[in-house]
Design a protein around this ligand. Structure first.
Ligand code: HEC
Length: 267
C-alpha cells in the first residue's frame, strides 16, 4: 500500500515537473488578441490547421460536424473544404468523425525525436498567448536536427512548417559592455567587474511569401481555432451564465414580494 502511495505521489510530481519544464514561461509572450467568437477567424484557423498541421497533429476530442455546427458551416462545406484525412481503413474521414490523422505517432517520433502531441487541450494547457508566440518564434539553428530552434519552446522537435509564409528568422544577441564612469572604474579596479548585459531577439533574415502582419493574422487564426477546440462550450457558456444571472435577479424580486405577502398579517 505504502509503495502504491509513494508511486502515485512520485508520478504526480514527475508529471507536474514535466509540465512546468515544458511550459518554458521564462520568455515574455506576445499577446494573441484572439476572438473565439469571431467565426471567420476560427474557420480560417481550422483551414490552416488541416492544411499545415494535421499531417502530424490531431485534435482527437473534436468532431468535424461539431466544428460545422459551432461555426455556422454546413456539413457539406466542411466535408468538401476541411476534410483531408482518412481513417485507419484508408477511407476518407466522414463529417461525423473525430479530427484525427492516420499517422502512427511512433513513426513520427523516430523522425523528429518527439511524437507530435494531440493538440485538443493545448489551448487550455498552454494558453492562446503561448501558442501564438510559439508559432512566431522559430529561428534557424544548424545545431538542431531540424535546423530550427524556438525561443518559446527551446530545442523543440517540430520543424518550422510555416516557413514559406513567415520566411526565416535568426536569433541575434546584443551585448552592451559593462558601463563606463564609476562602474567602469570599479571594473578596471577589478573590484566589481560587471558582466556585459546581453539581450536576445529574433530578426528576419529571409522574408516569406507574406508580410509580417499578415503572418501574425494567420497565426492568430490558428491560435483562435486551437483555443476554441480546447473548450467548444466556451462559445455558449457566457450566454448561459447571463441568463442564469438574469433568472436569479428576477426570481429574487418574485421571492421578495412573496415573502412580503406571506408576512403581511404577522405582527
Ligand atoms: C512535421 C510534423 C509536424 C507538423 C506538420 C506540425 N507539428 Fe507541431 N509538433 C511536432 C512535434 C514533433 C512536436 C513535439 C515537439 C517536442 O516535444 O519537442 C510538436 C509540438 C507542437 C506544439 C507544442 C505542444 C506542447 O504543448 O508541447 C504545438 C502548439 C504545435 N506543435 C503546433 C503546431 C501547429 C499549429 C502546426 C501547424 C501550423 C504544427 N504544429 C505542425 C510536429 C509537427
Amino acid at each position: 500500500m505504502k509503495k502504491l502511495l509513494a508511486g502515485i505521489v512520485l508520478s504526480t510530481a514527475a508529471l507536474f515537473s514535466q509540465v512546468l519544464l515544458a511550459s518554458g514561461d521564462t520568455v515574455p509572450l506576445d499577446k494573441a488578441n484572439i476572438d473565439v467568437h469571431n467565426q471567420e477567424s476560427v474557420i480560417r484557423g481550422a483551414k490552416y490547421f488541416v492544411n499545415y498541421c494535421m499531417g502530424c497533429h490531431s485534435v482527437a476530442f473534436s468532431r468535424y460536424n461539431r466544428l460545422a455546427a459551432d461555426t455556422g458551416l454546413t456539413d457539406k462545406q466542411v466535408q468538401e473544404n476541411l476534410i483531408f484525412t482518412s481513417g485507419k481503413d484508408g477511407e476518407m474521414s466522414k463529417v461525423g468523425d473525430n479530427m484525427v490523422n492516420a499517422m502512427r505517432p511512433d513513426d513520427v517520433e523516430e523522425g523528429f525525436g518527439a511524437a507530435p502531441p494531440d493538440l485538443s487541450l493545448t489551448g487550455r494547457l498552454r494558453g492562446g498567448d503561448w501558442i501564438y508566440s510559439y508559432l512566431k518564434a522559430f529561428y534557424v539553428d544548424p545545431t538542431r536536427p531540424m535546423g530550427v530552434n524556438n525561443t518559446v519552446f527551446p530545442n523543440v522537435g517540430m520543424p518550422h512548417v510555416l516557413w514559406e509564409l513567415q520566411g526565416w528568422q535568426k536569433l541575434e544577441k546584443n551585448c552592451t559592455p559593462a558601463a563606463g564612469g564609476e562602474q567602469g572604474k570599479a571594473a578596471a579596479d577589478g573590484a566589481h567587474a560587471e558582466a556585459p548585459h546581453c539581450t536576445e531577439h529574433l530578426v528576419n533574415m529571409k522574408p516569406g511569401k507574406i508580410s509580417g502582419p499578415e503572418y501574425n493574422q494567420i497565426v492568430r487564426d490558428i491560435t483562435a481555432f486551437l483555443v476554441y477546440v480546447s473548450e467548444p462550450a466556451q462559445l455558449h457558456r457566457k450566454t448561459i451564465g447571463i441568463f442564469v444571472l438574469l433568472f436569479m435577479v428576477l426570481f429574487g424580486v418574485v421571492a421578495y414580494f412573496l415573502k412580503k405577502e406571506y408576512w403581511k398579517d404577522v405582527h
